[in-house]
Design a binder for this molecule. Sequence first.
Ligand SMILES: *Cc1c(COP(=O)(O)O)cnc(C)c1O
Length: 400
Amino acid sequence: MSEQVARAAALDAADELAGIRKRFVLEDEVVYLDGNSLGALPANVPGHVEDVVRRQWGELRIRSWDESGWWTAPERIGERIAPLVGAAPGQIVVGDSTSVNVFKAVVAAVRMVGDDRDEILVDATTFPTDGYIAESAARMTGRTLRPVTPAEVPAALGDRTAAVLLNHVDYRSGRLHDLPSLTAAVHAAGALVVWDLCHSAGALPVGLDEHGVDLAVGCTYKYLNGGPGSPAYLYVRRDLQDRFDSPLPGWNSHAEPFGMRPAYAPASGALRGRVGTPDILSMLALEAALEVWDGVSVDAVRAKSLALTDFFLECVGAYAGEGRVETLTPVAHAERGSQVALRCEDAGDVMKRLIERGVVGDFRHPDVLRFGFTPLYVGFSDVERAARVLGEVLSGEALR
Ligand SMILES: *Cc1c(COP(=O)(O)O)cnc(C)c1O
C-alpha cells in the first residue's frame, strides 16, 4: 500500500463531514470532481419535486401560489442561502440566472453612485458572461468599461469609478481574491462593489455583512447543488435597498403586485430584486437541495476543502511525472478556492480518458484540467484515486 493510500484512509477516518455524503445520490465507482460546475443530486430532491409536481401543481393548482408558499419562495429561499454567505436576513432574493442578476446589480450600482462617475471596472479574467453583461450595462448607462485584473483594481480606482464587478474565486485557476481588502479599497474610492460568488458560496466563508459588501450575485447549481439551471440569487446590502433602482422593474417587485397599476412603485427590501413570475419547479428543487446544509458549518467545509486540495496536490506530486502538469491554483491557502486547475498538454484528451476511468473533472479551453472539490461529498480516498488515475493516464503506457 502506498503512503498516500494509508494517509487517505486516516484522513477519511478523521473527517467529521464524511457522513454528509449519504445525503447525495452518488456511485462508489465514480469520483465526481465537477461539483464546481454542476453539484451532485441531494437524495431528498426527487421525492420533493414529485410532491411539488403531483400534489402542489397537479391537485392544488392555482391555490399553491398561496397555500404551498410559491409566491414567497424567492425571499424564503434567500433566507436559507443567507447564512452560507454571511448575510443577515432580509437581503437576498432568489431568481433568474446569474447573468441576469449581474445586469441588475451593475446597473443598480451605477445608478446609486450618481452621474459624476463615468467608469465601471470589471475583472479582466472573469467568467465571460460577467464581462459581456458589464459591457452592455456600461453602454446602457453611458459609462466606460475598463477591464483590469483584480490585482490592478486598487491602482485603477479613482474619482471616476462608479462600480467594480469582481469574482470571489476565479473560475479557471481557482484563485481566491481578497474580498475584504478589495471591498475596502473600492469603498475608499467612493464606489460600489458587486461580487460574483459563483465559485465561493458553499465552498468557503464569504462574510458579506462582515465586510460591508454592497451587492453580490451567485449561482446555486455549483456548490449549492440546486440542479441544472437552478435560479441564482441577488444580495443587496440592507442600507442600500431603498436606493436600489432595478433596471428590470417587473411586477413581482412592485409594492402592490396585485394592484395592477399602470405606474411602477418598488416594494421595499430585498424583493425589489425580483422581476417576473419565479420558476417554481427549479426553485423548489433548490429549496429541498439546501436541506443538505442542515447542521453543517461553513468553517468546517472550508477546513475540509483546503485539506482536500492540499492532499490532491500532494498526490499529484507523488503520482504524476515531473514536469507533466503545471499547477495554476495558488499554493497559499488565503489565495485558494475549492478547486485545483492543472495546465497540461493534450488536456482535452487527458480529461476524456479520466472520465472513461470514472474520474470526472472538466476541461477548460485551451489547456486546463479542472478538478472541483466539494467537501460535502468528496472524500480523501476519492482524491487519492483521482490523482493515481491521472498519473496513470499521463504516463506513456496509458496513452495510446
Ligand atoms: C457559473 C458562472 C456563471 C454562470 O452564469 P449563468 O447566468 O448561470 O449561466 C456566471 N459567472 C461566474 C463567475 C460563474 O462561475
